[in-house]
Design a protein around this ligand. Structure first.
Ligand SMILES: C[S@@+](CC[C@H](N)C(=O)[O-])C[C@H]1O[C@@H](n2cnc3c(N)ncnc32)[C@H](O)[C@@H]1O
Length: 364
């Protein structure tokens, strides 16, 4: 239930998938029992007061890496928004209040979102037109270069009712440089499925370094979105799935379709330089397969998998325990680079791994 009370305190804005609110609340309570309960301003957007300030909290978030937290933004000033003085005036006053926090000449992004009512519930939306309109004023007040794609610092602004919540942080503190962590990709010609965005987002979010050539083992490959992404990255792909691949992949010279369940083909399988796994199966089974497959990778060989979450009938506490147990089970064979419910995930968590196996890395 959305709390529409006015946010008055300084703190942080936390974003998660709307169905992950309970899971994020549990993760916050586990890691920081002293933290006040999040105040939900909209679906998947909460404000938490931070008496100790934003930066120490952001450093802690980096250490703990909550799985269901998608984006973090500071609130360091709250400005009234009146019909008379308007949003632009409030944004300017906010920036002036934060001026000390924006060293001149840094590459600065200004991200503006607002809470709106849609079909009886509060949602948060990006205001790209206002971001563009406000950019010259932001450059003038801060003496910074406005840079949307690769900012060093980010001004985050949220309009909620008659208040503007605003803060500045290092881009790295926000978890994602995309407003609210909503990483958008352009659809491209030849794209097979929207699942491609899931892999692209994972590679970027976890900084996964794929080799420029070699073999990727794609477990649960059909219809072939991830396979297509891996081909684009220069890899050959062994695509294992009992289901059909997209016609564009069927006769591709760098694709071998093994039309079977992976369990039937793992023993004696050829080595791989990369493993990906998007199989819609139980997380325990999926991690067991990943453990077995780890010996196919060289030490340091990357792997990306999705841990599928049960749809309903399970408490958030049990669900969180399932994910944590899954990650723990992977530890004997892999270093877990990160595990998060990313923007393009649905009922799943993406996990990025690096193998600790005993095969020599590609090119050695
Ligand atoms: C979510 S889809 C994968 C989508 C794919 N990543 C893409 O980008 O097109 C899940 C796939 O896992 C496959 N799958 C489920 N169990 C499997 C198993 N034991 N071995 C191999 N594939 C399996 C299903 O047939 C299904 O095609």
């Amino acid at each position: 239930m959305t709390d529409t009370a006015r946010p008055d305190s300084a703190g942080a804005l936390l974003t998660c998938a709307s169905e992950a609110q309970g899971l994020l609340r549990l993760e916050l309570a586990d890691a920081w029992p002293e933290l006040a309960a999040p105040q939900w301003l909209a679906d998947g957007l909460a404000l938490v007061p931070l008496p100790g300030g934003f930066e120490p909290f952001a450093a802690e978030v980096k250490r703990v890496a909550p799985i269901f937290l998608r984006h973090l933004a500071p609130v360091q000033t709250v400005q009234p928004v009146t019909p008379f003085r308007g949003v632009t005036g409030a944004l300017k006053r906010g920036l002036e209040a934060l001026e000390d926090l924006a060293p001149s000449d840094t590459a600065l992004a200004v991200q503006i979102r607002h809470v709106v009512e849609r079909d009886g519930s509060a949602c948060v939306e990006r205001m790209t037109a206002l971001e563009r309109e406000f950019a010259p004023a932001a450059a003038e007040v801060t003496h910074c270069l406005i840079e949307t794609a690769y900012p060093e610092r980010i001004v985050s602004a949220l309009i909620v009712g008659d208040r503007l919540l605003m803060g500045i942080s290092d881009a790295a503190a926000n978890i994602s440089t995309w407003p609210g962590g909503e990483r958008r990709f352009q659809e491209v010609d030849g794209q097979i499925s929207r699942a491609e965005f899931k892999l692209l987002e994972a590679l970027e979010a976890f900084g996964v370094a794929l080799p420029a050539s070699g073999v990727a083992l794609d477990m649960g490959a059909a219809p072939g979105g991830w396979t297509r992404v891996l081909l684009e990255k220069g890899l050959s792909v062994v695509a294992v799935d009992p289901a059909k691949l997209h016609p564009s992949l069927v006769r591709h010279e760098r694709v071998t379709h093994v039309r079977a369940r992976i369990e039937e083909r793992l023993s004696g399988a050829a080595p791989a330089d990369v493993i990906v796994n998007d199989m819609r199966i139980d997380p325990r089974q999926s991690t067991a397969i990943m453990l077995q497959a780890s010996s196919l990778l060289p030490p340091g060989g990357p792997a990306v998998m999705t841990l599928k979450l049960p749809d309903g009938g399970v408490t958030d506490r049990a669900l969180l325990a399932t994910v944590r147990a899954g990650l723990k089970r992977l530890e004997p064979a892999y270093l877990v680079l990160g595990a998060r419910r990313l923007f393009h995930n649905r009922s799943e968590v993406t996990v990025a791994l690096v193998a600790g196996g005993d095969r020599a890395p590609v090119g050695e």
